[in-house]
Design a protein around this ligand. Sequence first.
Ligand code: ADP
Ligand code: GLC
Length: 493
Amino acid sequence: MNILFVTPECAPYVKTGGLGDVSAALPATLAALGHDVHVLMPAYQGVKVEGEIGAGVDLPPWGPWPAAHLVPVKVDSGVTMLLLTCPSLYQRPGGPYVDASGRDHHDNAIRFGLLARIAAQLGTAQSPLRGWVADVVHANDWPCGLAPLYLAQSRLASPRETTAASVMTIHNLAFQGTFDMWTADPLGVPGHWRGIDGVEFWGQLSMLKAGIQFADAITTVSPTYAREIQTQEHGIGFDGILRARSARLRGILNGIDPKVWDPARDALLPHRFSRDDLQGKAACKAALQARVGLKAEAGAMLFAVVSRITPQKGIDLVLENLPRLVASGAQLVVLGQGEPALQQALRDAAEQYPKQVAVTVGFDEGLAHLIEAGADAFLMPSRFEPCGLNQMYSQAYGTPPIVAPVGGLLDSVTDASADPARGTGFVMTGADSEGLADALARAQRAWREPRQWQRIQANAMARHFGWEDSARQYLEVYRRAAVEAGRGTAGGL
Ligand code: ADP
Ligand code: GLC
């Protein structure tokens, strides 16, 4: 199958969160299963991709978009990275979504509109890559949401030509890609699709809604989140349309990439370890304490957070529980960046308890790995969590996670109190402060019983979070989407 995976971020080139990891691992797994996978991503400032560079293609200016250029680079994983080059839109300071001061780039509608436009074109007879047309265009999150709409538009305009099937994956429903409705003009959204059955969301244009409405299939990153987002409580205004399209919606759990996240081979760790020999883990704890300036104490239980610092992640719940945690002699290490007020509250806590609380504000891949390896337990009290990857990484690193009972966290952690023989972590009774307090107390009690703790660690490290099963489920979704798009049979393309 010719698969076009379109994404605003892809590790290791550019990553702000889990989508970056997924955009690296899922396409590589699909390629290993024998498919021809192209990953389309903007060439942001500083992005360097090493590999075999193919012939570039000029894309003429069109509508609001300046001339651009597409450069294919075949990389080691067997995937072809398609870099969408357009200096005036993508070569600037800041991240994929925000400028250097943390505000959304003012022209995101146009920046990501171009990404979606080119993705859709790659799925039609007008594909700019000569000889390569996608069978399926897999769009990820709101920045790619217009791609299914543009494909639907092409299908209507040229019903006799084949057009790729479209799949929309929701990695986080909270990011809806809303813009003033006047952007529908330059983006070329037809008038009859600007209403409530089209892209309209509270009077604005929502790119995510475009994806949900027009995709042949919709997925999200865990089965539980697929159910949650169809309820009023978690649907953030989208539950109605998701219920209406429920037959096309499916949850597929993310996996982890063992080439990047395996404590026995992790080149970013000072000491490596495995389920059969955890000595290196104790050495990593000492190295972590030294690196972040915590008191060098093997006997202090070390809790960890690696996260975007936003209300989603329940950081305020950690802060509320901190005085009791510190009083019990425990330590906390935090790595993250995000909302200024929460960041400041964390920094204040580190100042108040310098030997027991260490906070690093920033993005640091190496430190993230050392924390997963060196901590005793990992905290993820998220208010909602589409999938979550850190709770999987921490299980692989023998660092039992403490998680809220939501989304992908429920699908990937087994509570050790409810199921002592198979438990891999601790599931909070509620996604609130009391729920966290209770789970912290249970974890601390278990940690004081080495045999009990070692069993939880061993269970966690034995748990398999492979990508292959998930990739096969995506292939099924692609095939079904092709049938919906009128271009295949249930047996395959
Ligand atoms: P989300 O995508 O909602 O941020 P996930 O748990 O799916 O949450 O993925 C987060 C990814 O980003 C993980 O790979 C995690 O290690 C990484 N990450 C988050 N914050 C940082 C940071 N400050 N430094 C390094 N890595 C980070
Ligand atoms: C989003 C979600 C996270 C998920 C990631 C990758 O950022 O917040 O839960 O793991 O996407 O799918």
